[in-house]
Design a protein around this ligand. Structure first.
Ligand SMILES: Nc1ncnc2c1ncn2[C@@H]1O[C@H](COP(=O)(O)OP(=O)(O)OP(=O)(O)O)[C@@H](O)[C@H]1O
Ligand SMILES: [Mg+2]
Length: 344
């Protein structure tokens, strides 16, 4: 069964064709990173306008790369939420129009749930159930236990910032570039992770909730101290007062603290729920230190998805769409609603 996936929840316009929820036939992603970089973050109106321009060419390219025409597509899966409303509207409008015109079944997909399905793509050893997923992206940071496809429970999550959001904000503070995750990871390679001992917030030993906002403030206070500025100085002047080595050390110590927090909690979740497999999902799953530390500390073999399938793409949407199709979860085009606040 070939599912066409469509993804426009943030700043990537993406379409992909996946066979039987596993085999990648095509995966096209038009990134808007260059458009947003000069603003240091995603501008919703700019993102929505760019999706309009890119959407149909990206769908056509996904079909062409898969060497299929519409007769070879068995259904359309589209991200319905969560995400930026203006961006979601372009993908959902495209999907419902195509489903109507081409008479294809339509599946409304939860973007965060879809991130987990990157781990089922193009691998000879897909994860088995029960499956513990650490979802760490720009907007989410949560532990989810899947008993089977479409059957899951959220075990715990951040009480404030998502892991990716924390990376992005600290990168902005240190003026390291956009998107923040890769920028911090690369600065950290030249820094000393033991330079600063930042606090790890743990909300009770037996809780799988955690927090990154205190860490963010701790990095800010440390940077202000290094720069010789008091707490009232404007943040925009801070990075210019720091040396490159200080920024690299701050980045490395921050990254280590985030990774330690997540791996500590992952270890606790593993011991408590004893899953058959563990996966990481979402953009922060591309972080090499997180991958290495999870592998080192968890008593289980972990197969990681390729980096390019961790950040937003439509292949993960199509992979999950296959399971919606098997479960008979098609909806009519009129029922498809973009929901920016959709929860897992
Ligand atoms: N190597 C990396 N290390 C740490 N973070 C990274 C890395 N690569 C990407 N990220 C982070 O991943 C995030 C983007 O991931 P993703 O595209 O999954 O998020 P999103 O789609 O914006 O949010 P959500 O999926 O919650 O809606 C950004 O915050 C980015 O900084
Ligand atoms: Mg995402």
């Amino acid at each position: 069964m070939n599912i066409l996936g469509i993804e426009t929840s943030c700043d990537e316009t993406a379409a992909a064709v996946v066979k039987d929820g596993r085999q990648l036939l095509s995966n096209v992603v038009a990134s808007q990173i260059d458009l947003h970089a000069k603003y240091g973050g995603v501008v919703p109106e700019v993102a929505a306008r760019s999706h309009i321009e890119q959407m149909l060419p990206v769908v056509e390219e996904a079909l062409a790369c898969a060497k299929l025409d519409w007769s070879g597509i068995d259904g359309i899966a589209v991200t319905a939420g969560p995400g930026l409303l203006g961006s979601l509207l372009i993908g959902t409008l495209t999907a419902k129009t195509l489903a109507e015109v081409k008479t294809k079944p339509l599946y409304a997909i939860n973007h965060v749930e879809a991130h987990v399905y990157a781990n089922f793509l193009d691998t000879t050893s897909p994860p088995s159930f029960p499956l513990l997923a650490l979802v760490v992206s720009g907007g989410h940071s949560q532990f989810v236990l899947f008993q089977d496809h479409l059957n899951y429970q959220v075990l715990g999550q951040t009480r404030d910032d998502a892991a990716g959001e924390a990376f992005d904000k600290i990168a902005k503070l240190l003026d390291l570039g956009f998107p923040g995750g890769p920028a911090i990871a690369s600065a950290a390679l030249r820094g000393d992770a033991s330079a600063f001992a930042f606090p790890k917030a743990k909300l009770g030993h037996d809780s799988l909730d955690y927090s990154f906002s205190g860490l963010k403030t701790a990095v800010l206070r440390q940077a202000q101290e290094l720069a010789g500025l008091d707490h009232t100085a404007p943040l925009s002047t801070l990075s210019a007062e720091l040396t490159n080595q200080q920024k690299n050390d701050l980045a490395a110590s921050f990254q280590k603290t985030v990774v330690d927090t997540l791996v500590d909690r992952a270890l606790y979740a593993f011991e408590k729920y004893r899953p058959e497999s563990v996966v990481i999902a979402g953009g922060v799953a591309a972080n090499q230190l997180l991958r290495d530390e999870l592998k080192r500390r968890l008593p289980i073999d972990i197969n990681y998805a390729p980096m390019q399938l961790c950040t937003d793409n439509a292949a993960m949407v199509a992979a999950l769409g296959y399971h919606y199709a098997k479960a008979g979860k098609a909806i009519s085009p009129a029922e498809l609603v973009a929901d920016s606040a959709l929860k897992m």
